[in-house]
Design a protein around this ligand. Sequence first.
Ligand code: IPM
Ligand code: MG
Length: 367
Amino acid sequence: MADKYKIAVIEGDGIGPEIIGEALKVLDKVSGLYGFSMQTVMLDAGGVSIDKNGVPLTDETLAACRNSDAVLLGAVGGPKWDGLDPSIRPEKALLGLRSGLGLYANLRPAKLFDELAHASPIKDIKDVDILFVRELTGGIYFGDNGEYDSDEVLPDGTVKGHVAYDTECYSEGEILRILKIAFEAAKGRRQKVTLVDKANVLASSRLWRKLFGQVAKDYPDIATECLYVDNCSMQLISRPSEFDVIVTSNMFGDILSDEAGMITGSVGMLPSASLGTPGTPGLFEPIHGSAPDIAGTGKANPCAAILSVAMMLRYSLGQPLAADAIERAVADVISSGFRTSDLYREGSGEIFVNLSEITLAILKTLG
Ligand code: IPM
Ligand code: MG
């Protein structure tokens, strides 16, 4: 009997429902071509769940995700929910899914499509293919935090007053497991891993650096480099093509992966995978947000969501051939000149398409 996968689908807010609708068309198509079937379970999370249930992520949604083979997510958030208390903001749904499903490894490929090099703010850019391996369930995002009042007076006479704090805390176990993911990923790529930290200042970073050196010994064929995060943010601009795998903490990975998204030209093209221990469902989502300003206009670029389906097939469903086919089809459609509004240039001879038209071109290329 053909494999049947249970996929939890969270469309979310803004352009989430439209891009996921397109991504599901592609998933449906490859399931026919590669002989597997799926059952999709539609779930609410983010703003839409706040409106319906008063919370961004219900226990039922989390349980349904746990009970699936993979989770496909569009985007969450929007100005409508901006004023809410931080504990019930839409973003909390993402953090709840990450920690609730134990998704400690966030893979964010930042790959430049040659034909889109003009969209990069960097001139003469080429051959950029970076895989960010971001730790996702630890560090300052999940460390001890709080607020209190203090009467303490600083040396210049300033009274401290209200104080708020967050803590960067990492255990050996948390660091080792993400480092291994990075080194394993580099084996199948260009054999290089860069650790990004702030070891000149932070104790937690020094632990990362020590363990990085230890793990590197198990991978003698992999070249290694360690960069401070401030320096890395410059190097990403001056020599982006020299990076292969970049492994880093939750917070630094958040910041640098956005920078890399800009370098490669369009966040509309970049997918991501968040993975836990093998056997648990991964979560796959575009790296872009919910873009409420263009929701419902057909202007959204569904490629990042479609490429997230490819990552889902590769990492959670064990269908690498279907994943390769989707990635090839997206690349072909881009080389054929199809462009959604985020990438289209007037007078360039490119073919201006809306989100379902580019999907149609991808479906046709798939066969
Ligand atoms: C991301 C986002 C999230 C993060 C926010 C929305 C909580 O910026 O996935 O990069 O900071 O991790
Ligand atoms: Mg981010």
